[in-house]
Design a binder for this molecule. Sequence first.
Ligand SMILES: Cc1cc2nc3c(=O)[nH]c(=O)nc-3n(C[C@H](O)[C@H](O)[C@H](O)COP(=O)(O)O)c2cc1C
Length: 167
Amino acid sequence: MKTVIFYYSRTRKTAKVAKTLAEEIKVDSIEIVDLKDRMGVINYLTSTIDALRENKTTIKPNEFDLTEYGLVYIGTPTWAAKPAPAIITMIDMCDLRGKDVIPFTTMGSSGSEKVIERMKEKIEARGGRTVNSLAVKTGGLEMDNIYTETKRILEEMDPEIYGIQEK
Ligand SMILES: Cc1cc2nc3c(=O)[nH]c(=O)nc-3n(C[C@H](O)[C@H](O)[C@H](O)COP(=O)(O)O)c2cc1C
């Protein structure tokens, strides 16, 4: 079965990790867009509150047919040690029964363990099985360094053991 990578990214760092992963395992990545404006100081505060409360948001795409996929990567930035609302919303829309899932997160400095733990709970509640996870610390890193750091982590993780792409 096929593999897919879904991700949400406010400032392109999680996107960089998702694209690096996509290049490494040669699969498609699909961006989830949050239709709520998350830019600027005020929106940073409301985003923090939304994340802490696990408030849902409006996302694009707004339906997910995972029938053809056996392995699903789901990536989010760390917001207040929680997954971003777009990803909480997305997971709750998915039927993950029988799917292997690998959640991943980026963070400025800390909170990734809590994010992965919460995603794991949400994934299992939708019938999925979390088979691994990854976290990339982005604080102080340029995009090129995020690429290099992701490559380093992937080398340790050896993602090919979770399934080779069958086209
Ligand atoms: C609302 C908000 C809350 C955040 N909370 C945390 C946090 O709790 N811990 C942390 O290390 N970084 C935190 N960050 C920083 C992001 O996790 C980090 O910059 C991430 O790599 C951004 O990914 P993106 O570019 O894909 O949006 C926060 C950022 C935002 C916008």
